[in-house]
Write a protein that binds this ligand. Structure first.
Ligand code: COA
Length: 175
């Protein structure tokens, strides 16, 4: 099997060069530089970075995951049927996801999202979570997520039923 050209791992502030990350959206650059590590220490969010294998301290992109909840009543009725009747159910939130502009040709966005889906799916078997949530910051972000099966929930929030993850990332079928 060819060696993967990128690795996805937890942010290590002692090694990964956060200062030079530039996805073109200042709020997402600043989050990585100033807040990601603090939120990891507080156990509020886990931040994963994607690094080129040949340059393992360079950040080509990142995403964050946090535990969240989704209101049963907000989920479309046809998807509610097999879910237990609680007001709120467990979910995973992809709080932020961004790719450095220099890596625009490497399908980093897709790699990050596939990793976030697989990680969330595997965790949902240990700590129940019925959906993956994202907050799309604009129409372009919303279109990106819809491309991978996410549907509108409320406002700018989109969701993907957890049981749909194996349709998008076949590695989830392997458990
Ligand atoms: C959104 C973002 C992560 C996409 O990353 P990327 O590396 O360009 O995405 P990829 O090259 O892996 O694209 C994968 C697929 O999504 C599509 N896609 C990418 N951006 C898209 C967009 N804005 N709208 C619709 N489709 C999009 C690609 O065309 C590709 O489709 P294909 O399989 O048919 O070829 C990146 O543009 C980014 O970091 N933007 C700034 C931050 C941001 O908006 N984050 C979103 C969370 S708020």
């Amino acid at each position: 099997m060819p060696t993967p050209r990128f690795t996805i791992e937890l942010l290590d502030p002692a090694r990964h060069r956060r200062e030079e990350f530039d996805c073109g959206v200042e709020i997402l650059n600043t989050y990585l530089k100033r807040r990601a590590n603090q939120e990891m220490k507080a156990l509020a969010a886990a931040c994963y970075v994607i690094v080129p294998d040949g340059e393992p301290d360079r950040i080509a992109g990142y995403y964050t995951l946090s535990a969240a909840t989704v209101e049963l009543g907000k989920i479309p009725e046809n998807l509610q049927k097999k879910l237990p009747r609680y007001d709120e159910l467990g979910a995973v939130l992809i709080g932020r996801l961004a790719r450095d502009q220099e890596f625009a040709k490497e399908r980093i966005g897709e790699k990050l999202l596939m990793s976030a889906l697989l990680r969330s799916y595997r965790e949902s078997k240990r700590i129940g979570a019925v959906a993956i949530l994202v907050d799309a910051k604009d129409e372009a972000a919303s279109a990106f997520y819809k491309r991978f099966g996410f549907r509108p929930l409320t406002g700018s929030r989109l969701f993907l039923p957890m049981k749909d993850v194996p349709n998008w990332n076949p590695l989830a079928k392997e458990g």
